[in-house]
Design a binder for this molecule. Structure first.
Ligand SMILES: Cc1cc2nc3c(=O)[nH]c(=O)nc-3n(C[C@H](O)[C@H](O)[C@H](O)COP(=O)(O)OP(=O)(O)OC[C@H]3O[C@@H](n4cnc5c(N)ncnc54)[C@H](O)[C@@H]3O)c2cc1C
Ligand code: FES
Length: 281
């Protein structure tokens, strides 16, 4: 069987998330690990890697896609009933087995909330096996919040402690800040660390734009959080997704890694020592 041939999969549901992001529920279960991705294709247009944003404990695969170029714009024009090509799941995923028994701190910004949601759902469904869950989520404003219903519901629940930062104040953010002054603030996501007590025995998952990772990483390290307990996802241009084309290589010599196969999840230590990840230096 040729691994590069996609399997046709039906889109079951499409839900708007923000003006530029949509959530797609696909008619397939892949038994993925949170943090893994699929290659999604549209015939005659092309293929793009996207993180699976749902946990295997929730059934069908979901992906949250930001419209940026050829494939993602074409995908945004499709509705329920249309078919797309799917290959995968690929990549290593987060080491959730290592995190068992300990507190988990999830830090997300922008579209990084997509892979973080997969981890969050998994942890919530396996609550007895993990310690406290803290989610630190940075948004530009309420219109850009992904998974709005779920996040607002979680803010009001004991299953997880949600901390929220926003850059531009609007009515909803203002109301949330008044309602949860100890967990909501205006500013970038790193400002939330002033409100959170970091436990050095916890594990952390950080997903967001490279610049955000760099600041979060520095902030956590300065607050005494051990970087070997921190995991992040790395995005690189990809083609095959399975370690054959070398499009996604980072590092050199014995430190060379394929982001598609050895990643996309890397530890803070790997991020610090690998060439090609210079934004964390
Ligand atoms: C492991 C992984 C997981 C991802 N998960 C998601 C996800 O869950 N949701 C989502 O919306 N996107 C995700 N992406 C990003 C997505 O694959 C890219 O945005 C993809 O290029 C979109 O394809 P396109 O044909 O629409 O855009 P293109 O036409 O290929 O490009 C559009 C623009 O984006 C730039 N660009 C494309 N890819 C990259 C890149 N890797 N790094 C820097 N710039 C780039 C191009 O230069 C161009 O300006 C992920 C990428 C990786 C590697
Ligand atoms: S995308 Fe081809 S080797 Fe990684």
């Amino acid at each position: 069987m040729n691994e590069l041939i996609p399997k046709p999969v039906k889109i079951l549901k499409v839900k708007d998330q923000t003006p530029i992001e949509k959530l797609f529920t696909l008619g397939v279960k892949l038994g993925q690990k949170p943090g893994q991705f699929i290659e999604m294709s549209i015939a005659g247009v092309g293929e793009a890697p996207v993180s699976i944003c749902s946990s295997p404990t929730r059934g069908n695969v979901e992906v949250c896609v930001r419209r940026v170029g050829r494939v993602t714009n074409a995908l945004h024009r499709l509705g329920a009933g249309a078919r797309v090509g799917v290959r995968g799941p690929y990549g290593n995923g987060f080491p959730l087995e290592k995190m068992r028994g300990s507190e988990v701190v999830l830090v997300a910004g922008g579209i990084g909330m997509a892979p973080v949601r997969a981890v969050l759902q998994y942890l919530l469904d396996k609550k007895k096996e993990y310690g406290e869950i803290k989610l630190l989520y940075g948004i530009r404003d309420y219109s850009m919040m992904l998974f709005k219903d779920e996040i607002l519901k979680l803010m009001n629940s004991k299953a997880c402690t949600v901390y929220l930062s926003y850059e531009k104040e609007d009515e909803v953010c203002k109301r949330l800040r008044k309602e949860y002054p100890e967990r909501v603030c205006q500013g970038v996501v790193t400002k939330l660390f002033e409100m959170v007590k970091l436990n050095p025995e916890a594990h952390a998952v950080v997903c967001g734009p490279p610049v955000m990772f760099w600041f979060v990483f520095k902030e956590m390290r300065n607050r005494g959080f051990p970087i070997e307990r921190l995991y992040m996802t790395l995005e690189r241009r990809m083609k095959c997704g399975i370690g054959k084309c070398k499009h996604c290589v980072v590092g050199v010599g014995s430190m060379m890694k394929y982001v598609c196969k050895d990643g996309p999840v890397f530890s803070g230590v790997e991020a610090l020592t690998m060439r090609g990840m210079k934004y964390v230096r």
